[in-house]
Design a protein around this ligand. Sequence first.
Ligand SMILES: [Zn+2]
Length: 271
Amino acid sequence: MNSEVAGKRFRIGDAEINIIVHGFPGKSVCHGSLGFCTIVLVRRGDRLALVDVGSFGQRDLLIDQLAERGLAPKDVTDVLLTHSHYDHSVNWTLFKDANIVIGRAELEWSVKEPWGETPVPELYVRELARWPTLSAVEDGDEVFPGLTAHATPGHTPGSPVFVLDASDRDVVFTGDACKNRAELLSRATDMSYDPEVSRASIDAIWAFWTRKRGSILVPGHDFPMVQEKGEPRYLGRREAAIRAWYSEDLNETTVFSLLPDAANSARTAAE
Ligand SMILES: [Zn+2]
């Protein structure tokens, strides 16, 4: 997959934003979690941050996408984790010399989660908690030049959204405080420990997003959006597909699109 398809790149003020993996707003039906999260590269001055780093299944993709841009993992100076869940955080070990940012409340909660029962990668957060380049941050902290963390609990207790102030417009990275467009519009959430807490966080996200005209919202499991006449509009074209071996020939594969067109999707009635 070439970078023009996989990634979306835009300049906003003096920051360069590169969506190197766009999240997927769905779950598998028969095979457990998909966990396809959004991974974004943010360059400002001589600093280069990744907002979330994905899980094991995204390792090769992440390395390839960096290489396509002439970058190696060691070039990443900052890793900004929206929350501790495995699908967003596990690959921090690829950037072990970077400044690794996570909410203090998130980390303190994560290390106490029971082993084997939740999406928190127990051993990865245990190691992260004692890692020398870790920055455990508080609500309102500036965690990267012009980028601040703001508490938005609900999906997890300590997950912040990151707001990048790029002068005339902002970029709001919501992580899973707002996973997708449906959550943004309905202000209802899937996977929340308290729907009212999540709703207040989504209200806060709307406030950050609408503070300046043309600001961009980057959800944890969906495509980036801009607001146009009060409506979110996706910034670009989604790509999502699965390749399967359904024949007897290893060289022959079938590709199934995961895009919402009539041929491919059976819309389920409200459950
Ligand atoms: Zn997630």
